[in-house]
Design a protein around this ligand. Structure first.
Ligand code: SF4
Length: 328
């Protein structure tokens, strides 16, 4: 029986951090056994905000592909490809732009929010406004049934569903409306307690060394009430405990929580447990990363094969789209 298609991508706009690992990649690894998954490096998307730093983009594409595989994506189970090598995405983006009302793009909530957030960049470009349209092309060109998203991202998928519906209504039924594959993403705070993000400079990266990881966790923000070793704390107010919830066993979580509440343990001891667990998760990833870095030919081969397969599927869809739109 044919498996349903799942599509997801990650922007190559910097290094991969623990938040990306537990928020996306580990979930992708689970999905590859149940669905026909297409995972891609969204390098064109990275250009929508990072068009002036091509060197960052180039490095990050390679790093992202390495991390996809090092985190457990298996090219025998899923299709891994590079967006800019499947030109059909750009063609569909252009064709969809003919039928997409401008107001739909201007109303996307993240459009204004992100412009505010990245005030140091000039984002008054068409590429930035058209981002959701390119995203729609990425999804529907594979006629994917599902897109894995958290509950807060469901509205973002709505525009893709609307555009697919509009195309089907004007021309003919080619695109299924992509559905959200709801996923619970654990909260991963950065070392300063805010959401882990490259833009906050608070992230623990998969490319960090063991020493760097240890140092970052050792200096991580704790519950501010624990100034002295004898002060009692509230685990839920400590970003360290949030990370315990992701990386430590239930027993360890209970133990450190109790120690925190009673001042039975100090923050350094609590962090040592976390360091051990984070290193345990990262060690096999580092080993696989090294193997891939030492063997660039293998990486290239995997991506070329995945891209070729993705392109074939995209080309089949584009044949139908061109016909439907009266193009010969
Ligand atoms: S004991 Fe652990 S959970 Fe409690 S404040 Fe210190 S680091 Fe945070």
């Amino acid at each position: 029986m044919l498996k349903d298609k799942v599509l997801s991508g990650m922007q190559s706009s910097g290094k991969v951090h623990l938040g990306n690992l537990v928020g996306a990649l580990q979930n992708w690894v689970k999905l590859q056994d149940r669905y026909d998954c297409y995972y891609f490096v969204a390098d064109w998307h990275a250009l929508t905000t990072g068009y002036s730093t091509p060197s960052v983009l180039q490095e990050s594409v390679k790093d992202l592909l390495i991390n996809f595989l090092a985190s457990g994506l298996d090219p025998d189970k899923c299709t891994i490809f590079l967006q800019s090598k499947v030109l059909e995405h750009a063609e569909l983006h252009l064709l969809l732009s003919m039928i997409t009302p401008l107001g739909w793009l201007e109303r996307v909530p993240t459009y204004k929010e992100k412009q505010q957030e990245l005030q140091d960049r000039d984002l008054s470009t068409y590429g930035f406004l058209g981002y959701p349209l390119l995203q729609t092309a990425d999804i529907i060109i594979y006629r994917a049934k599902y897109v894995p998203v958290g509950i807060d991202q469901v509205p973002h998928l709505e525009i893709s569903r609307e555009i697919a519906r509009r195309f089907n209504h004007i021309y003919r039924d080619i695109f299924p409306e992509p559905e959200a594959l709801l996923t619970e993403f654990p909260k991963v705070p950065g070392v300063d307690g805010r959401k882990m993000s490259k833009s906050y400079d608070n992230a623990i990266y998969l490319s960090d060394t063991p020493k760097e990881v240890e140092q970052k966790i050792r200096t991580m923000t704790t519950d501010p009430a624990r100034i002295k070793r004898t002060d009692v704390g509230t685990p839920d107010l400590s970003p360290v405990f949030q990370l315990h919830k992701v990386f430590s066993t239930k027993e360890e979580q209970d133990e450190v929580a109790e120690g925190c509440r009673t001042a039975g343990i100090g923050c350094i001891d609590c962090k040592k447990v976390l360091i051990k667990n984070v290193l345990n998760v990262l060690e096999p990833i580092w080993a696989k990363r090294q193997e891939l870095i030492n063997n660039p030919g293998q990486l290239q081969e995997i991506v070329d094969k995945g891209t070729e397969k993705a392109r074939k599927v995209a080309q089949e869809t584009m044949k139908l789209v061109r016909e439907a739109m009266g193009l010969i």
